[in-house]
Write a protein that binds this ligand. Structure first.
Ligand SMILES: [Fe+2]
Length: 275
């Protein structure tokens, strides 16, 4: 699609056990604001105000990251998502991965809009896998969940995890450990990036609000990162939250792909393949 709105970044995740190529689109931090005929005047006013605030907010993030931003990116969050759905219609990925701050805040019109669009996309044969961000509730029925969900693809799995509160719950740790013991390669999608010895120099600029440090005081956070670093089954992490694109390594050969802001056209094209 020839559209100045998009900033497409190619990413390859090599998993030797994977025999064919699998293509995904990764989008994060859409920060959708919506209103509709059911919205009250106050709800509409708030959505318009927040949308306007993000017009300069997303520009500031892009400029401080040296990422593309011009007139084409000055569109509403809904227009941005609609463009992304059109792009997905052209590229037909196996799934769209949405890694949080999908909605800017929990509001009925936003929830209705997202549910409708996800349902429609999936009715037409597509698939959307979604995790919550720190701007959202832990659960949105049928869209995202605070519970770990595993999706099987051929020769690998995607595990969708809620780390939006800079931690994970006991249940997630137990389920993730069980999945790891099954030995099938895993790609994790979550919202908040992880910081380890190997990648901290790339994340430090953002400050501790923006990542989970492997030495955090929170025990579950430490266990989560340790499991990711040490499990042979886990091969990569895909996340967002920074509003800046960074690709780094959590431990030797284990990539972390941090997507930039979808509301400003950032799209990660992810190819999972054997070589
Ligand atoms: Fe965000």
């Amino acid at each position: 699609m020839n559209d100045d709105f998009f900033w497409l970044v190619n990413n390859r995740i090599i998993i030797p056990e994977v025999k064919s190529e699998h293509r995904f689109i990764h989008i994060t931090d859409l920060h959708i604001h919506a209103w509709d005929e059911l919205s009250t005047d106050e709800e509409k006013e708030l959505a318009i105000k927040k949308e306007n605030d993000w017009m300069s907010g997303k520009e500031n993030f892009a400029k401080s990251s040296g990422e593309p931003f011009g007139e084409s990116q000055k569109i509403s969050s809904i227009e941005a998502f609609e463009k992304i759905l059109l792009l997905a219609g052209e590229l037909s990925p196996e799934a769209i991965l949405l890694t949080g701050d999908n909605l800017d805040y929990m509001h009925p019109a936003g929830e209705r809009y997202l549910k409708n669009r996800v349902e429609e996309y999936e009715k037409n044969g597509g698939r959307i896998i979604c995790v919550p961000g720190n701007h959202e509730s832990a659960d949105l029925d049928g869209i995202w969940s605070s519970k770990l969900r595993a999706y099987d693809f051929k020769d690998f799995r995607i595990a969708a995890i809620d780390d939006s509160k800079k931690t994970v719950d006991e249940d997630t740790l137990i389920k993730l450990e069980t999945l790891c013991n099954e030995g099938i390669p895993i790609i994790i999608i979550c919202h908040i990036p992880l910081s380890t010895e190997l990648c901290k120099s790339k994340l430090e600029y953002a400050g501790p609000y923006f990542y989970i440090d492997e030495n955090t005081d929170d025990e579950n956070g430490r266990k989560f990162i340790s499991l990711i670093k040490n499990s042979k089954a886990i091969r990569a992490v895909i996340c967002g939250h920074l509003h800046r694109y960074i690709k780094c390594e959590l431990s030797d050969g284990k990539a972390q792909i941090i997507g930039s802001q979808g509301m400003a056209g950032a799209v990660d094209l992810i190819t999972v393949c054997g070589e």
